[in-house]
Design a protein around this ligand. Structure first.
Ligand SMILES: NC(=O)c1ccc[n+]([C@@H]2O[C@H](COP(=O)([O-])OP(=O)(O)OC[C@H]3O[C@@H](n4cnc5c(N)ncnc54)[C@H](O)[C@@H]3O)[C@@H](O)[C@H]2O)c1
Length: 269
């Protein structure tokens, strides 16, 4: 039997696990017979969501991605429940109004504290869980970390300055950690990222759609620059994430896979 894509019984941790993209990935993996750990700042929400997708194959815990002690406690709970950690998906991330420049403002109107908060979330919010759970992968001798980047990295996307800068730093960390893991712990620990194009979610809904559901000017511009002429559906991330989580991706490390309907390939003309 072909076992290349087998992920049965793999223990998969998702930060931002009840968010729009994270929750879809969680459902997909539970349906593929993996064991899924949902982490979120609201413990009750994480547990309720986990139970709603499976009472046996999913668990939910309160975890703030910026709180190392909290993550260490959760790591111990996961290990005492399931004994191993195979995959970490760092899906917690997002934006903040003050780190976004409105069309009438310039960069000089940006809130520096909000820029810092967005940087903490998107950069440190990936670094801290990667170190906490990645350390166990180094002891175990295998594992795969999958970070969530953005189209705001390879080229400038207006308005979202804090988000862009912090995701760019996070991509660099992805490559850095991939190299360090392979050099020091061998070829069985991999670190990669996916870069989704545009998927409607809480963090970008107001930028892309109006109250009545119609597209904003920005939403329209994005579709004009997406050769496939539509936003992504959350389930369209699952194939790439599955590849990176399974042995099918065992020689892939330090890379970023775009899932964007052609956005990053297109010049617009
Ligand atoms: N939706 C898109 O089009 C898109 C495109 C590219 C990248 N992304 C990235 O995908 C990831 C998932 O985003 P989404 O679209 O599902 O948004 P979302 O807002 O639905 O999910 C993000 C989750 O992160 C959680 N979170 C925020 N701060 C946290 C903290 N300190 N500790 C723990 N959890 C925290 C939020 O509560 C939320 O559940 C993010 O990193 C986002 O930047 C999204």
């Amino acid at each position: 039997m072909n076992t290349l894509f087998n992920i049965k019984n793999k223990v998969i941790i998702l930060t931002g696990g009840y968010g729009v993209l994270g929750s879809n990935i969680a459902k997909y993996f539970v349906n593929s017979n993996a064991k899924v750990v949902i982490l979120g700042r609201d413990g009750e929400k994480a547990e309720t969501f986990a139970n709603s997708i499976s009472t046996t194959k999913a668990k939910g815990f309160k975890a703030d991605v910026l709180d190392r002690e909290n993550l260490i406690t959760v790591k111990e709970k996961i290990l005492s429940t399931w004994g191993r950690i195979d995959v970490l998906i760092n899906a917690a991330g997002g934006n903040m109004p003050g780190a976004t420049i409105s069309p009438h403002d310039s960069l000089f109107d940006m809130s520096i504290p909000d820029f810092q908060k967005v940087t903490d979330l998107n950069l440190m919010g990936t670094v801290v869980p990667s170190l906490v759970f990645g350390e166990h992968m180094s002891i175990q001798g295998n594992g795969s970390i999958i970070n969530v980047s953005s189209m705001a990295v390879p080229q400038v996307i207006t308005r979202v300055v804090g988000y862009s800068a912090s995701k760019a730093a996070m991509e660099n960390f992805t490559k850095w950690m991939a190299v360090d893991m392979a050099l020091k712990f061998g070829d069985k620990i991999r670190v990669n990222a996916i870069a989704p194009g545009f998927f409607i979610a809480d963090q970008n809904r107001k930028l892309l759609t109006n109250e009545d559901g119609s597209l904003t000017e920005r939403g329209n511009t994005i579709l004009q620059n997406t050769p496939m002429k539509r936003f992504g559906n959350a389930e369209e991330l699952n194939g790439a994430v599955h590849l990176l989580a399974s042995d099918a991706g065992k020689f892939i490390t330090g890379t970023v896979i775009s899932i964007d309907g052609g956005f990053s390939a297109f010049s617009g003309v």
